[in-house]
Design a protein around this ligand. Structure first.
Ligand SMILES: [Zn+2]
Ligand SMILES: [Zn+2]
Length: 162
């Protein structure tokens, strides 16, 4: 019974993390946290970028959750920590590895949902500045056509500003 509940909580947290990632990307990384995130919207020199500090923050959060689970002996805190860790792993594999090719081999999906995920994130990177970007989420990738239209609309709105 606890095993089933553990899996349900971990999966729910995994899904909720997509919203957390969207929100923090939209409001923190493209807000007061832009100083770190800017490096991710510019060409990278070397292996690391300042933006990687967000991954460190995420990892420390997951480790702290595991520590709380261990200290309190609560299995559901472990379940939450597992969901957060799972999302972090998926983000590292798909965002850093697949989209930005930071893994040691060359592989780009030719079609399907993974292709769409790459297109949606590339459209996020079409904007080099803090404002007017689209597609802040990650694992939920909107239709690239819709993102293109939104990007166009934002650019037009920017141009019409005095
Ligand atoms: Zn961004
Ligand atoms: Zn990116």
């Amino acid at each position: 019974m606890i095993v089933a509940a553990f899996i349900v909580i971990a999966l729910a947290v995994f899904l909720a993390m997509e919203w957390v990632a969207w929100w923090s990307h939209r409001h923190v990384m493209h807000g007061w946290g832009w100083a770190w995130h800017q490096s991710h919207h510019e060409p990278r020199e070397g292996l690391f970028e300042l933006n990687d500090l967000y991954a460190v923050v995420g990892s420390v959060t997951a480790i702290a959750l595991f520590a709380i689970g261990w200290a309190t002996g609560s299995w559901w805190v472990y379940a939450i920590a597992s969901g957060v860790t799972l999302y972090g792993a998926a983000y590292a594999i798909f965002h850093d590895g697949m989209v930005h090719q930071r893994w040691p081999f060359q592989w780009v999906p030719r079609g399907g949902y993974l292709r769409r995920l790459i297109q949606a994130h590339r459209l996020h990177h079409a904007v080099m500045s803090k404002d007017d970007a689209v597609s802040y989420g990650f694992l939920i990738a909107p239709d690239p056509k819709a993102l293109h239209a939104e990007l166009k609309r934002l650019r037009a709105a920017r141009r019409s500003q005095p």
